[in-house]
Design a protein. Structure first.
Length: 182
């Protein structure tokens, strides 16, 4: 197949930034946790994206996890250019500690980030942000932690959206069965 950007699963996230004082959101599938201490997230953004302008402008951004019920709004934010269309009303925006990173109130999980670093990777810029606060809707919690079934995150793969599948095994435990077989 040659070099391909195949990685499974890819969460479809909404990256938020304030551009010229207005909230703007774009959908991105190339997003991942980058560090545990301090907590960081990375997202690869095409250099032409309007949202990137706001990240450079404010040194802050958000990563919002839309649920599958928000597929229409999220996809709209991906197929519509913020440079030519005002997307500030697609979601109700709220602001946290940084006061410059808009977050989508309708998303069950939002990460408020201050810009840590960027790296030019060719067609995309890798944006790394330090997570300064995490916001989770009460309805998405099971006890004190987010419940993946309640969050119901939107997953992207090969031009289609999916939802999370079924539970398979406990991490840091399933591998013990292999040790016993040896």
């Amino acid at each position: 197949m040659g070099p391909k950007t195949l990685m499974y699963p890819m969460p479809a996230v909404l990256v938020g930034s304030s551009v010229g004082g207005k909230p703007n959101y774009m959908v991105a599938a190339w997003c991942s946790i980058a560090c545990m201490v301090p907590p960081m997230v990375s997202v690869a953004l095409n250099k032409a994206r309007h949202t990137l302008k706001g990240i450079y402008e404010n040194k802050a951004f958000s990563v919002n996890i839309p649920s599958t019920g928000q597929v229409v709004e999220a996809d709209y934010c991906g197929i519509t250019a913020g440079a030519s269309v005002d997307k500030s009303k697609v979601f109700e925006s709220f602001y946290g500690k940084l006061r410059t990173a808009p977050m989508a109130r309708e998303c069950p999980v939002s990460l408020e980030c201050k810009l840590f670093n960027t790296m030019d990777c060719g067609s995309h810029v890798l944006v790394v942000g330090e997570i300064v606060e995490t916001y989770v809707e009460r309805e998405a919690l099971a006890g004190n932690l987010p419940d993946i079934k309640k969050v119901d995150p939107l997953i992207y793969s090969d031009g289609r959206y999916y939802r999370v599948g079924e539970y398979v095994a406990d991490a840091f435990s399933a591998g013990k069965a292999y040790k016993k077989r040896r």
